[in-house]
Design a binder for this molecule. Structure first.
Ligand code: ZN
Ligand code: ZN
Length: 239
């Protein structure tokens, strides 16, 4: 009742376009208006069974991609909910750099949908950490906010203290594939090995591009004999 009254007095606004959600065509439980939701492209076609990269063909069953057939990933599986383009890209940039924290819930809901591609149980959810300097600058770690949303439904523990970024790295966006790998090499450390040892870890990040960052996190977690699964909200692909 009270919630309904609040909705009448203060109709919810879409955090992405600023229009009233209901007037813009429903989608209220999603926290975004219909038009903005429609501009976020879900990954639905076949993907690599290991790294989760969508295939351009858009038909047929999931199968390993060329890269995963040729080399082993330090994580068991990675999945992403949406393509990093159009509405999703706009939303993530606004969330991460514009500090639009009202996007936390809707983006978390969307990220959660990639869980179905992982079909696993987890002991703990670990967000990809930010370096302390960047955290101070930005004021929040977007991956931790997403991790909390994803963990809420299944009631999983979120651990943001065991994995730390010990070295500040250049923004990955400016770098090529090989440079990305070098850039994050040795940048992470497990601070509380006893807390994560032999656990099934769900590693959460906002965007997966070459997978360099999550791979490096998974590599150090694997030393503690963790089984790492990766969930990112979005996937940047050049199809
Ligand atoms: Zn909108
Ligand atoms: Zn692959």
């Amino acid at each position: 009742m009270f919630a309904q009254l609040l909705n009448i007095l203060f109709p919810p606004i879409c955090p992405l376009c600023g229009f009233h959600i209901v007037e813009a065509g429903g989608g209220e439980e999603a926290g975004l208006c219909e038009a903005c939701l429609a501009s976020i492209k879900r990954i639905e076609g076949p993907v690599c069974t290991v790294c989760g990269t969508p295939f351009a063909s858009g038909a047929g069953p999931d199968h390993p991609c060329g890269v995963c057939m040729g080399s082993r990933k330090p994580f068991v599986k990675a999945r992403s909910a949406v393509f990093y383009e159009e509405g999703a890209r706009e939303a993530i940039l606004s969330f991460k750099y514009g500090g639009t924290l009202t996007l936390t819930r809707p983006l978390g809901r969307i990220a959660e949908q990639a869980l179905s591609g992982l079909v696993e149980t987890f002991d703990v959810v670990i967000p990809v950490p930010l370096h302390n300097d960047r955290l101070r600058e930005r004021g929040f770690n977007q991956s931790l906010l997403l991790a909390r949303e994803v963990a809420r439904g299944p009631g999983l523990e979120v651990d943001y203290k065991s994995l730390k970024r010990t070295r500040a790295t250049k923004p990955q966006a400016d770098l090529k594939t090989e440079e990305r790998r070098k850039n994050v090499r040795g940048a992470f450390e497990v601070k509380r090995p006893e807390r994560v040892r032999k656990k099934r870890v769900l590693l959460v990040d906002d965007v997966y591009t070459t997978g360099a960052t999550v791979s490096e996190c998974a590599r150090v977690l694997k030393r503690e004999r963790c089984k790492v699964f990766v969930l990112t909200l979005a996937r940047a692909v050049s199809l």
